[in-house]
Design a protein around this ligand. Structure first.
Ligand code: MNH
Length: 502
C-alpha cells in the first residue's frame, strides 16, 4: 500500500504550526502521494477533473453507486475516479472480471470503505486481511456451519420467522412495505440462527434500537472511509467518531453481554455456540471473545440487508412480469399442494427451480452487494496491457458486469430463463458474480439462497400479489442496495391452489 502522508516523528515541541520547508528537509514530512495510483497510469473518468477535489462532483453523496452505474457505462471496461488523493479504479466488463476472479493471480482487496469498517468488525471474516491468522481460523471453524446440509438446522427457524411475517401482514391493513417487511424477516432469521436472540421485529411497532444503532454506526464508518484523504479528513474523522461513540458502545456492549452469558456453556446449536465451543482440530486454537463479537456483527450486517434486498427486488420483478409470476406460483403450488398453510420441507427447497431462477435474475439486475475489490498477488498485466502491482486494486462493478452487452442480450429485460442450466453453460465463466469470488467469496450464500427460496415459495403459495402499476422502481443505497417505497397488495388466495395434472 502507498505510504501514508503526514508528519512523522515527535510533535512534543510543535509550537502549533509547522514549518513545512524545514520539516521536509529534516525528513519529517512524507510527500503525499495518490493512493492506488497504478504506477501513474490514468484511465477514462467522468466529467472535468477539478483541482484538489478531483472527481468528487460526478457522483451524488446520496446515491454514488447509482450514479456510477450511469456514467460508468460509457467509459469502457476500465475507468477511474479520483477523490482528493484517493484513486478508485473500476472494471465493468465480463472479460476483465474473469481475469480478476482468477484466484491463482488475484485475491480480495480492502478498499477504504471496507477498511473503515474494521473499527467495528475488526478482523472478522468480511473485513480481515487475507493473511490475518483469524481469517483462516474463523473460516475453518465456521465453514461447516454454512454448508448446504447445515441449512437443515436453520430451516425450522426460517419457517418460524416466515410465519411471524404472515401474522404481521395479517395485522396490517392496506398495502405492505416490501423492503421494510423483508428486512424485519431477514434480521430475525439471522439473529436467531446466529445467537438465538429475538429482536421482536414483528411484535413491536418500532424496530429494536439495536438494529438502528448498528446500521447508523456502520454507515458513518463507511462515510468516514471516503473522507480519509480529504484535507482535514482525519480531524473530521475524529469528530465523527466522537459523535458516533455512543451508538457503537451500545452495540458492542449488547453483543459482549450476549457472548458472556453463553460462555462456559456447551450448547452449540447456533453460530455463537459453535464459535464458543469449536477448536481447531490440529492446533486446538479457539476464537477470542472479541473476535466472536466481530463475527456476530459481521453476520448481522452482511447477512440481513443483502438478503432482504434480494427478496424485495425479486418480488418487485414478479409483480411486474405476470407470466413469471404465474410460472413461479404454478411451481409453488405443484410442490406444496393445495393447502395454503403447507410448509416446504428441507428437501423440497432445491426443487423450486423456477423460483430460484427468479431470484438469480433479480440479483443479476440488482446485485445487492454492488461490487468487490481485487488485487494481484504479484506484479502482473491486466487486459494484456495495464501493469498492476500488489498495492493496486480494482473494484468489479457488478451492476455493469451483469449488463455487459457482449454477454447478456437485452440486459435490462427481466428473464429468469437466462438461468436455465443450458443457458448458463453458454455464457463465459465469471459473468455473474453476486456472491463474490474465490476464497473470500460469500460464506452465507447457501443461507441466503435457502431462506430466499423458502420465503418466496411460501408467499407465492399463500397470497395473490399485485403492485401499484404507477410505482417506478427507486433504489436506496444503504450499506447495500434495496428498493425504496415499493408496496404490494396481498390478498389471501381464496381458492385452494389447483395442482395441475403431470
Ligand atoms: Mn455475503 C462476503 C454478497 C448474504 C456473510 N457476500 C460476501 C461477498 C459478497 C457477498 C459479494 C464478497 C465481498 C468481497 O469480496 O469483498 N452476501 C452477498 C449477497 C447476499 C449475502 C448478495 C445475499 C443475497 N452474506 C450473506 C449472508 C451472510 C453473509 C446471509 C451470513 C449469514 N458474506 C458474508 C461473510 C463474507 C461475505 C461473512 C466474508 C467472507 C470471507 O471473506 O471469508
Amino acid at each position: 500500500m502507498c505510504q501514508e502522508g503526514g508528519v512523522t516523528g515527535s510533535t512534543e515541541s510543535n509550537p502549533g504550526w509547522i514549518d513545512i520547508a524545514r520539516a521536509r528537509a529534516q525528513g519529517r514530512i512524507v510527500v503525499r502521494t495518490v493512493k492506488n495510483d497504478w504506477s501513474g497510469q490514468t484511465f477514462p473518468h467522468a466529467g472535468r477533473r477539478k483541482p484538489i477535489i478531483g472527481d468528487l462532483g460526478v457522483s451524488s453523496p446520496r446515491h454514488p453507486i447509482l450514479d456510477l452505474l450511469e456514467w460508468g457505462a460509457d467509459l469502457g471496461p476500465i475507468f477511474e475516479m479520483r477523490i482528493f488523493r484517493q484513486n478508485f479504479v473500476f472494471v465493468s466488463s465480463a472479460e476483465l472480471t474473469a481475469e480478476l476472479c482468477d484466484e491463482t493471480r488475484f485475491c480480495k482487496a480492502l478498499p477504504p470503505a471496507i477498511t473503515a469498517l474494521r473499527q467495528y468488525a475488526g478482523d472478522g471474516l468480511f473485513t480481515a486481511q487475507n493473511d490475518e491468522p483469524n481469517w483462516q481460523l474463523a473460516h475453518e471453524l465456521l465453514m461447516p456451519a454454512f454448508t448446504k446440509s447445515a441449512m437443515q438446522s436453520y430451516h425450522p427457524i426460517m419457517l418460524a420467522t416466515t410465519d411471524e411475517l404472515f401474522d404481521y401482514w395479517q395485522r396490517q391493513s392496506g398495502p405492505v412495505d416490501v423492503t421494510q417487511s423483508m428486512t424485519k424477516l431477514t434480521m430475525e432469521t439471522l439473529s436467531r440462527a446466529a445467537f438465538s436472540h429475538d429482536f421482536g421485529s414483528f411484535t413491536s411497532a418500532q424496530p429494536h434500537p439495536f438494529v438502528g444503532a448498528m446500521i447508523r454506526a456502520l454507515e458513518t464508518g463507511r462515510r468516514k472511509g471516503g473522507l480519509r484523504t480529504a484535507p482535514g479528513g482525519s480531524l473530521l474523522g475524529r469528530f465523527i467518531d466522537r459523535r458516533n461513540a455512543g451508538e457503537q458502545t451500545y452495540v458492542d456492549e449488547m453483543l459482549d453481554a450476549l457472548i458472556a452469558e453463553r460462555s462456559g456453556s456447551a450448547d452449540d446449536h447456533d453460530l455463537l455456540g459453535i464459535m464458543l465451543n469449536a477448536s481447531h482440530p490440529e492446533t486446538g486454537e479457539r476464537l477470542s471473545p472479541l473476535n466472536i463479537r466481530y463475527q456476530i456483527l459481521t453476520f448481522l450486517v452482511a447477512g440481513h440487508e443483502t438478503t432482504s434486498g434480494a427478496l424485495s427486488f425479486t418480488l418487485y420483478y414478479l409483480s411486474r412480469n405476470p407470466h413469471c409470476l404465474a410460472e413461479a406460483r404454478r411451481e409453488a403450488d405443484e410442490i406444496l399442494g393445495d393447502d395454503p398453510d403447507a410448509v416446504p420441507t428441507f428437501e423440497q427447497i432445491p426443487k423450486f427451480r423456477y423460483i430460484r431462477r427468479c431470484l438469480d435474475e433479480a440479483l443479476r439486475i440488482w446485485p445487492t452487494v454492488p461490487g468487490f475489490a481485487r488485487a494481484p498477488r504479484e506484479e502482473t498485466m491486466v487486459g494484456g496491457k495495464y501493469p498492476m502491482r500488489p498495492e493496486d486494486w480494482a473494484v468489479i462493478v457488478l451492476g455493469l458486469v451483469h449488463r455487459d452487452p457482449s454477454v447478456w442480450d437485452a440486459p435490462d429485460v427481466y428473464d429468469p430463463d437466462r438461468f436455465l442450466p443450458a443457458n448458463v453453460k453458454k455464457r463465459p465463466a465469471h459473468s455473474y458474480k453476486p456472491f463474490g469470488a474465490g476464497l473470500r467469496a460469500c460464506i452465507g450464500r447457501q443461507f441466503a439462497l435457502h431462506e430466499s427460496v423458502l420465503v418466496l415459495a411460501r408467499i407465492l403459495h399463500r397470497y395473490e400479489l399485485s403492485g401499484d402499476p404507477d410505482y417506478e422502481l427507486a433504489v436506496d443505497e444503504r450499506l447495500t442496495m434495496v428498493p425504496r417505497g415499493f408496496q404490494l397488495n396481498l390478498q389471501p388466495r381464496r381458492h385452494p391452489a389447483v395442482v395441475p395434472a403431470r
